[in-house]
Design a protein around this ligand. Structure first.
Ligand SMILES: O=C(O)C(=O)Cc1ccccc1
Length: 319
């Protein structure tokens, strides 16, 4: 399988905005010249909608954090709606500052806002240093900073945000290094409309979402499909399907690329097993970590030889 130049690499991007988010920093760190410009979207679903509508070539959105886990709007936004493909990932170490409305002392902060993942990663710091403050969720860290700066009635007066966002919106940085767990890493993904599958590199990741039948052992069967093909999971997430209580879909990342026979074979098995299965992409791992050596029975050649043998039997050959 080769990189198919059905569409050129993206040059016009949407990202979770407004300007100054960690997601914008992740987009810049991809090093792709955004010749077509980049568009800040007010939410992850809005960024994905811009891709689906063809208004941008790709979106960069947060998918997962090493402290707080998956970013639900991204997982849900990829699992439903017109199919999209993840074509790249990037890791970013994030840290937070407290951006306060100028003229206000830290002791006067009554309401602090940020993205739910940022609030979760600074919960201890906020409880210790702003004990009386009301904590409110914002669409993003930079959106929180913007709200503080705009100072509408009822607006927050401090934001947990990147230093760049505090600067961008003219806030006064009163504290730095707010993260309760230093060194937390967020994984961002680039998402496109289907049509361009990145070439395998030997250090790839594959993302799939599926819903299993409501019966004992269905999840175990799913995991057995992966384990029996030697596919190491790097993330497993369960999300409600919103149909009724107790019905969940599973999204997982595993090592390997759709071009690998064992990954293709696992998808064939999942297609038989699951009520629904959606391939969300195979793309290079940002950490470049190659999968463990593939045991001989799971190598591409073993699958090819076995399939050729069955083909010969079907053609009437003996044995
Ligand atoms: O709100 C942002 O700046 C984002 O890009 C989302 C986010 C929030 C917290 C940690 C990492 C990413």
């Amino acid at each position: 399988m080769h990189d198919q130049p059905v569409r050129p690499t993206p040059t016009r991007f949407a990202f979770l905005g407004p300007e100054g988010t960690f997601t914008e920093a992740a987009l810049h760190s991809l090093g792709t010249p955004s010749e077509g410009g980049s568009v800040p979207a007010p939410s992850v679903p809005a960024a994905l909608a811009l891709v689906r509508a063809g208004e941008v070539d790709a979106a960069v959105v947060p998918l997962e954090n090493s402290v707080e886990g998956s970013v639900s709007p991204t997982v849900d936004g990829l699992a439903a709606g017109e199919p999209l493909l993840i074509t790249r990932e990037v890791f970013l170490e994030v840290d937070f500052v407290l951006g306060v409305r100028p003229g206000l002392a830290p002791g006067e902060v009554t309401r602090v806002a940020s993205h739910p993942h940022a609030l979760a990663q600074t919960r201890g710091w906020v409880a210790e240093h702003l004990p009386g403050a009301e904590v409110v969720a914002a669409a993003s860290t930079a959106d929180a900073a913007r709200l503080v700066a705009e100072a509408a009635p009822g607006a927050p007066d401090a934001a947990v945000c990147p230093e760049l966002a505090a600067e961008r919106y003219g806030l006064h940085v009163t504290a730095r290094r707010l993260a309760d767990t230093p060194g937390a890493v967020t994984r961002f993904v680039q998402v496109e409309r289907p049509g361009r599958l990145p070439a395998p590199t030997g250090a790839d990741r594959t993302t799939v979402t599926c819903s299993v039948p409501d019966r004992t052992g269905a999840l175990l069967d799913l995991l057995t499909v992966l384990a029996s093909r030697g596919l190491n999971l790097t993330r497993l997430d369960s999300r409600p399907t919103r149909q009724r209580l107790g019905v969940y879909s599973f999204t997982f990342d595993c090592e390997g690329h759709l071009a690998d026979a064992r990954v293709g074979d696992a998808l064939v098995a999942l297609h038989r097993l699951c009520d629904e299965v959606r391939f969300l992409g195979s793309y290079p791992r940002a950490d470049g970590r190659a999968a463990a050596p593939v045991p001989a029975p799971l190598a591409d050649g073993a699958f090819g030889a076995a399939q050729a043998w069955v083909d010969r039997l079907r053609a009437g050959a003996g044995g």
